[in-house]
Design a protein around this ligand. Sequence first.
Ligand code: SF4
Ligand code: SF4
Length: 624
Amino acid sequence: MSEYEEYSICKDAQLTLKKAHEDGVETAWDRLKKQEPQCGYCELGVSCRICVMGPCRIDPFGEGPQRGVCGADADIIVARNLARMIASGAASHSDHGRDLLEVLHKIGHDKAPGYTIKDPDKLRRIAKEYGVDPANLDDKELAKRLAEAMMEDYGMKKDRITFINRVPKQRVELWDKFRVTPRGVDRETSETMHRTHMGVDNNYVSILLHAVRNSLSDGYGGSMIGTELSDIIFGTPKPGMSEVNLGVLKEDHVNILVHGHSPIVSEMIGLAVEDKGMLQLAKEKGAKGINLAGLCCTGNELMMRKKIPMAGNHLMTELTMVTGAVEAIIVDYQCIMPSLGQVAQCYHTKLYSTSDKAKFPNMEHVEFTPENAREQAFRIVREATENFSRRDRSKVYIPVTPVKNMTGFSVEAIVEALGGSLDPLIDAIKAGKIKGAVGVVGCNNPKIKQDSGHVGLIKGLIANDILVLTTGCVNVAAGKAGLQVPEAKELAGPGLREICGLLNIPPSLHVGSCVDNSRIVAIACALANAIGVDIDKLPLAAAAPEWYSEKAATIAFYAMASGIFTVLGVMPPILGSKNVTQLATSGLNDVFGACFAVEPDPVKAAGLITNHIMEKRKALGLPL
Ligand code: SF4
Ligand code: SF4
């Protein structure tokens, strides 16, 4: 096995990594090696630098200090660190949601040229959920009123956020009992930071219960608002075919990549690359056209709605430039490695940051606002197209051809594919043709062979007749492995194969970006409501086999608190506290009817999840 086969299961990654080393480019894998051995205290979660009486560390072997300068023990330190992780994840998703809210508000005030309401029906449906009567209001007025109603969810005007109304009654009663029902999106994050300040909450259980509330303010607040508003402004996704891997780059075209999470910037870049004047410019520069492709979750947003291909997931972002065929990468925020500028120095790629809150070394900053987005997008696409003349054709290396990937499974699209209601899915689950469903979500992490966790787990699950829903970077992994095309039904068990054949869908469905995990919990709520049970009674599970991000920790927490058993492929930094570890891996079951397991081996993880689903089926009296 070559060195590169140890890093990734993907041919495009292996081959471009080899070229990266030949070109003298350093990647995340190289930097991980230089970091090893990583700090054991931090891995266990027992280091604290919350105040400047510290930094403090707890000796995990019991011989050295057992309390920080303030007196905090391992339980308090681990719980505080974990809660802060969750607050950061919730803040990231929710701030992304807020940006969409601002665009909606500005559409209502005619201050966002180029942005429109692409799904007016959904605007009306969501307005009703927010108590705004759409009768006699045009789209703009309604956009303004809905935006204002949603803004209240961010503050503390209400006693609970609005989308809690989607959650089964039994679950909300449980949340109320344990006082974890989220009150305001920003309020819960702010309270986490307050509670974890030195000398505030020093009970590990109550710190963690508030972390749960904070995560729910993301899943049913910031993320859910982000998803629904993206659908309203950019269109609710419908199923269709696209492509994945580095082969989506075109040797004879100007290649432009968009990277990050928000569709606000990429929507305008998408408009600019189709402009006739730009295409003419591309031809004058010797290119056949302009090719737009995505990375990470901005890529997922574009793929879901416009079927624009994805060049890669998290660990592919540096490697795209090694092809020598990328004229520009335009980033918004989250998961963008600060190393990109360093890699770009070795090639001709131009990098642009676009958000006031996300600036990077060796990257030109071209700030986008709802008012100027269209203009700025045209400026960047023009510069990228002119940059085609600087491409060194002798260095271009696109090592693979693209693989097909079916995409676009929004909740609405799934319901439509089922003929207008979730009943056929419920019937298939009751009959045992589909044993259950699992959300496989999250990132790449160089500590795990790239994409091996995702692909191994999905293959194991579908073979056991378990339907998979993917979001985030998993989509690219599953797509490259050929798991997200209708033909992949051949890898599924007989029941799932039959259903996929009838509906002409893959056994692993792409439901969107990281904020779109809110689609998965919305489906779980709808299933539970339709059957008349709480979510924890359903044969469902979640998994994040290769997670790295604080956002993934938040997602895992709101999945668990929704009653969904969640398996992580990478250990969170909690082992330094026996009490926190016990709570996370079993104690939470007594509270939420779900807890966490950590299992890096995807085959074993598939086994754990299958057993869990079978237990839930048994409890419901369904055939095994
Ligand atoms: S909060 Fe306590 S444990 Fe943390 S750094 Fe300050 S003194 Fe040390
Ligand atoms: S799945 Fe993880 S790495 Fe990928 S875009 Fe989302 S948070 Fe970032």
